[in-house]
Each structure stands twice: as C-alpha cells, then as structure tokens.
Design a binder for this molecule. Structure first.
Ligand code: SF4
Length: 420
C-alpha cells in the first residue's frame, strides 16, 4: 500500500469554523447565565422555530461528534453500556448518556439540562426514544415530539397533502407548547428573519456543492465534514452565512484557476453515510490513490432547501408551513426508488467514478436499503459501489486496515475501468 501524500488542501475559510462553534457554545453559556430558555433538539427538527421563539438550541448529536473527534466517545459509550444499554444501540445516544453521566464539559461533548426537549422521527425512531430516556433520567424534562409520516413508493399526492397538513398542525402545537413552557410568544417578523437566514445558508452551501462538479474538485471532505456543524446547530442565524460565503468565494477562485483540493485528481467518489467522527483522518488515506470524495448525500441533505418547488418567497411568507414541506422533502424520508434516482442523477452530474456506502453499525436509517441501493446502482447506472462497515462514533466497530484494503481493491477496479 502506498503512503499517504499530504496533498489535500483545506480552504482557509474552514479554519474559521472553530470561531462559529465557539460562538454557538458561548450563546449556550449566555442563555444559562441569563436564564433564557434552552432546548435539546434532534437533527431534522425545525431548529429555526426554536430560534424564532427565543429558545437557544443544543444538539446532543453534534456534541457527540465532538466527543468522538476528541477520542472520548468510546469511554462515554462504555459508561452507557455499563448502565445496560446494548452494544448495538446508536453510538450517538450512548455517547450522550455517558457524557451526561460524567458531567462532561460542553467542549468535550457534554450537554446541560435544558428547559425542554424537541425530537422527531423524521430520521429515526431512536431520536424519540433517546430523548424519552434522557428526559426521565434527568428528572422529567418536558419533551415535545413531532411525528413524521414517511413517504413510501406508493404514497400518492392526496396522502402527501394530508401528511403536510398533519405535520403543520403539530408545528403550531409545538409553538403553543413552547409558549406554555417558556412564556415566549411566537413573533411572525422574527420567524421571517430566521427563515431568511436559514434559506440563505442552505442555498450557499448548495452552491459550494455545485462548484464541486468541476474537475478538479475544489473542495474535499476536509471542508465539508467540519462545515456541517452550523447547518445543524445555527440554522437561522446570520454569522455562519458569512463563513459559507467565504468558503464559496475561495472555492470559486480555485475553480477559476483550475486548482483542485488535491494536487492530482484521478478518481471522484461519492461517500454515503455519517463519517467516522472518531477517525476523520481516515478520509485523508484516499489521497494515496489521488481519489477525492466530491459528494456526500448526508452532508448535502442538511441544506434542507433541496425541493425546487419550495421557493424563497414561499419560505418567507410561510415560515411555519414551509417547515412542514421541508421536512417531507428531507432526503431521509425518501423511499428507495427516489433514493436510487437521486443517486443516479448525482453520479451523472458530479461525474463520479465510484460510490462508497458506509454500512453504519449504529444507524439503521443510514444502513437500511444499502444493499438494494448498491445492486440497483451497479445494474442500472453501471457504477462501481463498495459497502464498508464502520460506526460514526464507536471506534471499536471500524477495522481500519480491513476497510483500507477494501478501498485499495476498489480503486484498482476503478483504475481498470478508466483504462478501458
Ligand atoms: S440511529 Fe442514526 S439517525 Fe438515529 S440518532 Fe443514531 S445516528 Fe442518528
């Protein structure tokens, strides 16, 4: 196996990400100091509505990724397992249980007791169970959950409209719940301002992805995996928009000058799934083979505004209603058929040579349908696919050598295809 060449260039703007994260944690500290309401929220919930209602969000999943990056997640996970939570359960959940048990600082993935919790099953039912468990363990924190029906292959338009209405009603109920728990009232003007920021942030991130269609690709996972943080936690705020605009400008300059994130780009890959936060360096290994990940559906999904029918005007005029539509358009409520079509389009538009699918031991929604996806893409789009086993937060479930060997063989297949 050849050695890793340190060729991958991170955008200078990405270095500023730390400041954004710092800003987020400071806002949380300040909220506690000033007695402002706070809420835990799961990924995929409309964090915008929390900001609109003057509630400071905290996302335990993001905190869990921090624990992993600091190599603390395994310890937290094992603490949770000592409490009886199974080896097979979601490692984000167990990281959170262990971190709370250890009174971990925010800087190492701890999350303080909130005023209330907000979950939904838009991505997975673990989210709901997770907050139920933690609400009880923390002495009965009020918990609101949004039930999201899933769009399956035979969902027709009439049902979709009904789903939308059903979600919309729950969002209004959520606002009533927040008023009841915190005393804060809904303010339409504030909601519009937050919606505008959220829209702008999602769109600029999509534009960064558009630039990645270029050969060579100007942006690698060094920028995208880290850059994801504000999309979860700060959506609706102004400051991360500036950061994303900087990233865009820098990436555009690279494109205009024919500069790629790698010195030499031979293979363009798509990586589906949550990255190994405990081993982000792993992805630099691809550079040995001049291979670059140019698209990550998981990262793209959180730009939210992926449905072209949801316009800016619609979002600004209907800050609550449009959230219901966005939730229903979210990548992870797609049925397999839609998912296959999306992947095919992406492979074509981003000129992808091969697809790596992360069979995440922790995450059923991520791993579900992966073998069907692989088969369909190989048969219908003639695109080589590789499934690798791992886990986003639990280092015990990633065999690095084995996965690297698999990838080396995979690259060999790509090399032979290019030669033909
Ligand atoms: S099971 Fe997957 S989607 Fe659900 S919380 Fe865990 S990592 Fe997230």
């Amino acid at each position: 196996m050849s050695k890793v060449k340190k060729t991958g260039k991170m955008l200078n703007a990405t270095n500023k990400l730390r400041n954004e994260m710092g800003r987020h944690f400071l806002a949380i500290e300040q909220a506690f100091r000033e007695g402002k309401p706070t809420a835990w929220a799961t990924a995929g919930t409309p964090v915008e509505l929390l900001y609109s209602m003057g509630v400071q969000p905290m996302l335990p999943e993001n905190s869990a990724t921090i624990s992993a990056a600091l190599k603390k997640s395994q310890n937290f996970i094992e603490l949770a397992e000592d409490q009886g939570y199974s080896y097979d359960l979601c490692s984000y959940f167990k990281t959170n249980v262990g971190a709370v048990l250890s009174n971990a600082e925010m800087s190492e993935g701890g999350t303080r007791k909130p005023t209330f919790m907000l979950s939904s099953d838009v991505i997975c039912d673990t989210h709901v169970n997770w907050f139920q468990v933690q609400s009880e363990r923390m002495g009965g924190v009020p918990h609101f959950t949004i039930d999201i029906p899933h769009v399956v292959s035979n969902t027709n338009n009439r049902q979709r409209e009904y789903f939308k209405k059903y979600i919309r009603e729950q969002l209004w109920e959520l606002l009533d719940f927040i008023t009841e728990v915190t005393g804060n009232e809904y303010n339409e003007e504030k909601a519009r301002e937050v919606a505008q920021n959220s829209y702008e942030m999602g769109k600029i991130w999509q534009e960064v992805f558009e630039l990645r269609k270029n050969i060579p690709c100007p942006v690698s996972t060094r920028d995208t995996f880290g850059g994801l943080f504000p999309l979860f936690t700060m959506t609706g705020l102004k400051s991360p928009i500036k950061l994303y605009k900087r990233m865009y400008r820098e990436a555009k300059e690279r494109v205009d000058n024919g500069i790629g994130a790698l010195e030499q780009e031979d293979y363009r890959l798509l990586f589906e799934g949550i990255p190994f936060w405990h081993n982000l360096k792993f992805f630099a290994n691809l550079e040995r083979w001049n291979a670059i990940i140019v698209y990550e559906p998981y990262v793209y999904a959180f730009t939210k505004y992926t449905n072209p029918n949801i316009t800016k005007e619609h979002v600004l005029n209907n800050p609550v209603e449009s959230m219901a539509e966005l939730i229903l358009s979210f990548w992870y409520v797609y049925d397999l058929e839609t998912r296959v079509q999306k992947f095919k389009e992406t492979v074509r538009d981003w000129k992808i040579d091969g697809v790596i699918l992360h069979n995440n031991m922790s995450c059923r929604p991520n791993a579900c349908g992966m073998y069907d996806l692989k088969r369909r893409l190989m048969e219908e789009a003639d695109i080589p696919c590789l499934i690798v086993d791992g886990d986003m937060n639990d280092p015990r479930k990633l065999n690095e050598t084995q996965v690297l060997n698999q990838i080396e063989s995979f690259i060999e297949i790509l090399r032979k295809r290019k030669k033909k």
